[in-house]
Design a protein around this ligand. Structure first.
Ligand SMILES: [Zn+2]
Length: 55
């Protein structure tokens, strides 16, 4: 089983959210503990797409 940490689209650091290769996220509010921004993402088959980048 492959796993990877989701990278914050704002500051590019690791968040505390992990993806497995069978994880499916839809409109997931991703909070970054480093820059304290929230971004909305979706993910499927380890491919992450960002819907809304925090300003
Ligand atoms: Zn961040």
């Amino acid at each position: 089983m492959e796993e990877k940490w989701v990278i914050c689209p704002v500051c590019k650091s690791k968040t505390r959210v992990k993806l497995r290769d069978d994880t499916i996220l839809k409109n997931f509010p991703l909070f970054c503990p480093k820059c304290k921004q929230e971004s909305v993402i979706s993910a499927e088959k380890m491919q992450v797409s960002v819907h809304k980048k925090a300003e």
